[in-house]
Write a protein that binds this ligand. Sequence first.
Ligand code: UDX
Length: 431
Amino acid sequence: MNICVIGTGYVGLVTGTCFAELGNKVVCVDIDKSKINSLKKGKVTIYEPGLKELVKRNLRQKRLLFTTSIKAGMKNAQIIFIAVGTPPKPSGEADLTYVENVCCQIANNMTSYKLIVEKSTVPIETGEWVEQIIKQNLKRKVSFDVASNPEFLSEGSAIDDFMHPDRIVIGVETKKAKGLLAELYRPLRAPIIVTNIKSAEIIKHASNSFLATKISFINAISNICEKTGADVIEVARGMGMDKRIGKAFLNAGAGFGGFCFPKDLLAFVHICEKLGYDFGLLREVDRINTEQKAVIIGKIKQNLQDLDKKVVGVLGLSFKPNTDDIRYAPAIDIIRILQSEGAKIKAYDPKAMKRAKKELKGIQFCKSPYAAAEKSDCLILITEWNEFKELDFTRIKKLLNKPFIMDCRNIYDPKKMKRLGFKYIGIGRNK
Ligand code: UDX
């Protein structure tokens, strides 16, 4: 099939590239000229495991093209995916300006039937709104359909998630739209859930909000564990073995970050408010997530007494491992609070330092975890990259001013750390 994907962020680029890998002819469009020029040469500006290789291969085989022109991109496409950003407004509401601009351009350039698919996370009823905008801006009488096909890709494993999804959600209003999307996804042999557009939009919001709720729930439980002498890892294991609960997303830690959960959660609260429903549960999920950073700072302070002029080594800056994405990363918030209290930061991350350098000032970026530990008064692990799991702790102990480790992701064994002579603090652990 001929496909056009508008927006080459994490979602758009992975989606477009994977559709090309499945044998479709895909044109990816973005207004950012320098990004498109890089992509044309096979240079991928984001770090996502396996993506660069896939982009190069599909470019070589001419199944993947890049352009800045929506007109050129959509010319031969039967299906157009909208995967542009929907950043939050100060109120938390999603800003749909980019979606609106794209819809106007699609309408202006439509000369034959197109299926226009919302891929970005958008408020409920955006489907209707997209249809209205396109209708109002059409230059000639052509038929079109709108559909919602939310993405559930996780950064760091996005290609695998695309190729092996748990389910594919297709929100459609016509048989033609359903047929086109079902045909496009057929090679994946995954369960396809066909709904109307509004249900598909809510499935996306409800899924992300539910997962965020699980994380805040276990973080709240971790605080109770600390107060009682229980261990949150054991508690999560005991809960997760119940099939009705499931073990995923029960890792207590520094809280959720990234460009989806924090913003989508508040956007959903906002949508519900507009619909006359106060989703207080989700506001609490957000509050617990914010508070989790204060809990971590409190633990560091308790152990270092005062933060002023203390040197803090930080391991991990991205919001999760296997990505260079630092948007809404807990590490960024934690570092800013530490700095505001006078601490000096030495940080290391395998992939995210380039992006972090643009965001954070007054930090010493280090070449290795050991360099971050050197002459630091404590070492905080904030993102659980694999390379942090097996460090030489005898060396780290010698490098640190004080043998104090704050493990915000519970990746180390408390007993082993104590045996090695560290003051070790995890999240919700008492061993
Ligand atoms: C998420 C959704 O999983 C995906 O379906 C959606 O399309 C986009 O948003 P992503 O943001 O890439 O994906 O990452 P995810 O793996 O879901 O993690 C989100 C955050 O939650 C990370 O900061 C992670 O560290 C945190 N998290 C996750 C926990 O703190 N504990 C857990 O048990 C799981």
